[in-house]
Ligand binder design. Structure first.
Ligand code: PPE
Length: 312
């Protein structure tokens, strides 16, 4: 169960957590009309800092544009500043930030254009997404019988609420069968992504990840891994991945804001590599968490401090 924080940001004002409610006939309820983000704020040695704030805000603005919500009413700068202010107002050291733009109450019918856009930003504490042991031990997953949506149906580059009906089918089926997550294929049968994570496959020292055309969300953690792999000199290709490459891989791992970098130790009950976290995932985790815990320099400017530096 979610533990409430004090305030939620709504259209430029902070309101009590319990007051952030919507009417049942809001457009979003019948028609799934929302776009959102998921962002982590980490407790770092220099105080709380938001991971890749600019990129998340940009993706939110992109999602809005794809769905013709051109004017969210706030600039990227205002949205980013509102997120930082929310973390300050709620006095969080670390948290997960969830901005949502939705089409609210007004008319009924499919056309959303005349319904108001409401923007909310909430934050709360969110622990390990796929279980406490997942980051070190890896998780047991399956290939889903559900595909990711076809390119010309729902746009995968937008992080829209409606996309997560597909994710829910993938996730519920996986859990019902005793797995912690499902890997969906795209409609051509190639590997796409997890219900809430991008995926990486390692074989013979080379990392493979599906291209953006394989119905994947353009993950910001995915992008961070591309940068870190380049820096570490680990070859990485964005390419279509046949399902069976998963089974014969040396390593497979997920990436996501919530999942961070989570190794996969079995797929469809087939042991992957050594059956535990492999060296490539471990190296990437070390760099990734190193930026957050201060053991590695933040050389890409990934962290935005929540409290402005004294004298800045
Ligand atoms: N694919 C999907 C479908 C997805 O939902 C996420 C994030 C990713 C890839 C990874 O993207 P990024 O977070 O930018 O690296 N999923 C978010 C929502 C999870 C949820 O259960 O809600 C997340 O990780 O925050």
């Amino acid at each position: 169960m979610l533990t409430p924080t004090d305030k939620i940001w709504h259209n430029g004002r902070f309101i009590p957590w319990a007051d952030a409610t919507i009417h049942v006939l809001s457009h979003v309820v019948s028609y799934g009309t929302s776009i959102f983000e998921g962002i982590r704020c980490y407790s770092t040695p220099a105080g709380p800092a938001v991971f890749r704030l600019r990129e998340h805000v940009r993706r939110m603005v992109d999602s809005a544009k794809i769905y013709r919500m051109e004017n969210l009413g706030y600039s990227a700068e205002q949205l980013g500043e509102a997120m930082l202010e929310l973390v300050r107002v709620n006095q969080m050291e670390s948290c997960y930030i969830r901005p949502i733009a939705l089409r609210g109450y007004g008319e009924m019918g499919v056309n959303p254009s005349n319904n108001p856009i409401d923007v909310y930003i909430a934050c709360w504490s969110w622990g390990k997404y796929l279980g406490d042991e997942a980051l070190a031990e890896g998780v047991d997953v399956c290939v889903s019988s559900w595909n990711r949506f076809a390119p010309n149906t729902l746009p995968a580059l937008a992080k829209a609420g409606a996309n997560y009906m597909n994710s829910q089918l993938i996730k519920m089926e996986a859990l019902a069968n005793g797995y912690s997550e499902g890997i969906a294929l795209d409609t051509s049968g190639y590997v796409s992504e997890g219900s809430g994570e991008n995926i990486f496959v390692v074989r013979d020292g080379k990392i493979h990840t599906p291209p953006l055309g394989a119905s994947v969300l353009p993950g910001i953690t995915r992008d961070s891994i591309l940068a870190l792999a380049r820096e570490l000199g680990i070859p990485l290709v964005e390419t279509i991945i046949p399902r069976e490459l998963l089974y014969i891989a040396d390593e497979v791992f997920f990436s996501g804001t919530a999942a961070e970098i989570t190794p996969i130790r079995s797929i469809d009950k087939i042991k992957i590599g050594s059956g535990r976290r492999g060296p490539v995932a471990e190296k990437l985790q070390k760099e990734f968490f190193g930026v957050i815990n201060g053991s590695r320099a933040d050389r890409y400017g990934w962290l935005t401090p929540v409290h402005a530096a004294v004298g800045a």
